[in-house]
Design a protein around this ligand. Structure first.
Ligand code: NI
Length: 189
């Protein structure tokens, strides 16, 4: 296992449509997935796509821990959270046209955060490393991280999904942004 170098915005591998994985159970794919997991954990990310480690293949990994689930989760908590998941050749089906905005960051866009609209409810399917079919519905942060990671497989980074670039901010200034926003809400503007 090894921690791999993360590609950053501007590298052509992040703009390419990644290739389908022809043999999901191959030793090469297994080794890549292990490295991706190690790299994501080392970088403290919620997800990682293979192009982010310079491999143009349709593989994503992600986790949607409970503490990042929406507060309204309630009995639907399973939809909002996901254990560490590996998806090979993932396919997304949007189940509601509703979108909501949320703050995102990306290991390939270090130091920045942006407010990104995403679909709130979807179903995804893909293969796990053992060749088993994984099919789940997702809402909230879970749905958001799946859309973010699968976008990487089509050469799309989150700033391209933003509708208001004034909401693209440095992480170092994010706390100021949130404070100003809270004050605005307090005075009702
Ligand atoms: Ni990303």
């Amino acid at each position: 296992m090894a921690i791999r170098k993360i590609s950053k915005m501007g590298h052509p591998v992040l703009r390419r449509v990644a290739d389908l994985v022809e043999d999901p159970s191959s030793a090469v794919v297994r080794a890549l997935v292990k490295d991706m997991i190690e790299t994501m954990i080392d970088a403290d990310g919620a997800g990682l796509a293979a192009p982010q480690v310079h491999e143009s293949l349709r593989i994503v990994i992600f986790q949607a821990p409970p503490e990042r689930a929406s507060e309204e989760a309630g009995e639907e908590a399973f939809d909002h959270t996901a254990p560490l998941t590996v998806l090979i050749n993932p396919v997304i089906e949007i189940l509601s046209q509703d979108q909501e905005e949320g703050w995102e960051g990306c290991l390939s866009v270090p130091g920045l955060r942006g407010l990104v609209p995403r679909y709130t409810h979807l179903r995804y399917q893909g293969l796990g490393v053992d060749g088993d079919v994984i099919e789940r519905e997702a809402k909230g942060f879970h749905a958001r991280v799946v859309q973010h990671e699968c976008d990487h497989l089509d050469g799309v980074l989150y700033p391209q999904r933003m509708t208001d670039l004034s909401k693209l901010v440095f992480e170092s200034e994010f706390r100021h942004y949130v404070r100003v926003q809270a004050q605005d809400e307090d005075v009702g503007v």
